[in-house]
Structures are given as structure tokens and as C-alpha cells.
Design a protein around this ligand. Structure first.
Ligand code: GDP
Ligand code: MG
Length: 297
């Protein structure tokens, strides 16, 4: 009889290739927020997939950023680098329809990694005609000595079972590190703050989402539902105006979208109160970032 296997799979790739979507699809729930904008994932998030024979602990990472100027970007790059160093296997995710210089950047960093690297070719639902996939796979195998190359569609949950089938072989023999009904290491407060940030990122234009963060200040659970008080931190007064919107319209839209999703996920009525506050340069102050849930260096 073979032993139980358990270990870490770091999920790496440039922004927007579908890393968070892939992890959510594998664990069957939304543990990491998803938008079409880069920099959506800021934190290291663990997602746990347990079967009778193995437990894979996926590490969702912020994409590696070229602009490491601000403290937040430096911390995000460090978080991604730490995840790489700890991994038993690395999942290098790319978009099967598009290879860019940023993909090359990420691949270059993988050359220093000792663990095996599995290439995940995502978004194959967009590849037409299907025969083109063979060329894409051939190109991938020329770029790096991947342990496996697995084409998938995270969005349509296509071929995920092939990916899950190869991973346990890369993990050490070990008992599970997490209870089998646990899907993420993140708290409910964190998940709520992230859901609000996802709606803000989806609804606000341009650069503004990068300048804000969300903090849950109070969570009150009662028989009739959950009351949440959350603060949206922005860097400047002008940004506050945009987040609040004309007559509070934007804040209302964001609040409604977040409340509907949270009600679904928490399976109870949700009362959500949002405030917008200004704290200048929070994204460039490490102590502010610690308070807002970023990993300590
Ligand atoms: N068509 C298609 N879109 C996808 C797929 N996976 C992710 N996406 C989309 O790609 C965008 C970025 O996804 P996200 O998971 O946030 O990427 P990340 O930045 O790598 O974490 C989102 O709009 C997703 O809906 C896929 O398999 N097919
Ligand atoms: Mg992400």
C-alpha cells in the first residue's frame, strides 16, 4: 500500500493568465478573487485539495511585478519568491493564446528553482482550431525542461483531473497538514475584505484600484445574519470622491454587489456598512501594509 502524500504546489505566472481562477476551480470554491486586471491578487493564499491518497496545498501568489518601486510591489515580489523557495512542485501557468515578454521574465526566475516545474497551458477554451494546441505544446517544451505540460481551461474546468492526477507524484510522503474539510488558510474577515476589493476593482476605472485597500473593522454574528463594518482606504481625497461617487452611487453599487455575493457564500443575510477613509501613501509604508494583512518580510 502506498503512503499518503502531502506538499506544496506554488502557482506562478505573469498577471492575468488565470492562476486564481485555476485554484478556485480545483478547490471548488472562491478562495481567491478574480478580475481581468493585473495586481488583483496581492497576498499569498493557500488553497487545500484533499483526496483519500494525497493533499496538495496550492499557493496562489501575486504575479511577479516588473515595477518593484513601491513597498507593496516589493512585498508582493518577495511573497512570490518565498512561495517558490518552499514548493515541492511549481505550476507555471501561461495563457495558451498569448506568450509575452513577461512570461519569459517569469520563466527566467524558474531556472534558479530546484523543484520540478509543471507547465499549465490555460485558457484552451479560446484556442481555435484545436490543432493549434499541438504547436503551442511543442513551443512550450522547447522553452524549458518541464516535468509535464498540461493544457487546461480553468474557466470551463476542462482537463483539471489530468493536472490533479500528476501532482501527488511530486510530493513527499507525509500525513495531511490541514484537516480535510479545510479549503483555505485565510480568515472570514480576509475573505470578506477581498470580496469588497474585487467589486471595487471591477467597477472602478483605470489605476484607482491599485491605490486602495479594504479592511474589515467589525463582524457581528447574530441569529438574523451578519453585520459587517468595513473601511476602504484610499491614498488621496480626490480618490475618495471617486469611490463614493455622485450622491454615494458608486459606493452603493459596490456595496450591493459585495453583499449579494457574500450572502450567497456565507448562506445568511448580510448587512454591509462601508466607509471610505484617506491614509496617504499606505501602499508605500511597510507598517501600514502589515496592519492590512500583508506578509511580514
Ligand atoms: N477564457 C478563459 N478565461 C480565463 C480562464 N481562466 C481565467 N480566465 C480569465 O482571465 C482573467 C484573469 O484571471 P485571474 O484568475 O484573476 O488571473 P491571475 O492574475 O493569474 O490570478 C479573468 O478575467 C478570468 O475570468 C480560462 O480558462 N479561459
Ligand atoms: Mg490572481
Amino acid at each position: 500500500m502506498s503512503e499518503f502524500r502531502c506538499g506544496m504546489a506554488a502557482v506562478i505566472g505573469r498577471p492575468n493568465v488565470g492562476k486564481s481562477t485555476l485554484i478556485n476551480a480545483i478547490v471548488g470554491r472562491k478562495v481567491s478573487i478574480v478580475t481581468a486586471k493585473p495586481q488583483t491578487t496581492r497576498h499569498r493564499i493557500l488553497a487545500v485539495h484533499t483526496t483519500a491518497a494525497s493533499q496538495v496545498i496550492f499557493v496562489d501568489t501575486p504575479g511577479l511585478h516588473r515595477n518593484a518601486g513601491k513597498a507593496m510591489n516589493r512585498l508582493m515580489n518577495r511573497t512570490a519568491a518565498n512561495a517558490l523557495a518552499d514548493a515541492d512542485v511549481v505550476l507555471f501557468v501561461s495563457d495558451a493564446t498569448r506568450w509575452t515578454a513577461e512570461d519569459d521574465d517569469v520563466l527566467r526566475r524558474l531556472r534558479k528553482v530546484r523543484s520540478p516545474v509543471v507547465a499549465v497551458l490555460n485558457k484552451i477554451d479560446r484556442v481555435q482550431p484545436k490543432e493549434k494546441l499541438l504547436d503551442t505544446i511543442a513551443l512550450m517544451s522547447a522553452r524549458y525542461d518541464f516535468a509535464e505540460i498540461i493544457p487546461v481551461s480553468a474557466l470551463e474546468r476542462d482537463n483539471l483531473e489530468a493536472l490533479l492526477a500528476v501532482l501527488p507524484a511530486f510530493l513527499p510522503e507525509s500525513p495531511p497538514l490541514f484537516p480535510e474539510d479545510m479549503h483555505t488558510d485565510r480568515s472570514r474577515e480576509f475573505h470578506i475584505a477581498e470580496t469588497i476589493r474585487e467589486k471595487l476593482t471591477l467597477m472602478l476605472h483605470q489605476e484607482l484600484p491599485y491605490g486602495l485597500t479594504v479592511q474589515v473593522e467589525r463582524l457581528l454574528e447574530e441569529d438574523q445574519g451578519i453585520t459587517i463594518n468595513a473601511v476602504i482606504w484610499v491614498e488621496r481625497d480626490s480618490q475618495k470622491g471617486i469611490v463614493v461617487g455622485k450622491g454615494g452611487a458608486m459606493l452603493k453599487r459596490v456595496g450591493r454587489a459585495a453583499r449579494l455575493e457574500l450572502r450567497e457564500q456565507l448562506a445568511c443575510p448580510v448587512h454591509l456598512e462601508l466607509w471610505v477613509k484617506v491614509r496617504s501613501n499606505w501602499a508605500d509604508r511597510e507598517e501600514d501594509l502589515m496592519r492590512l494583512g500583508f506578509e511580514a518580510p
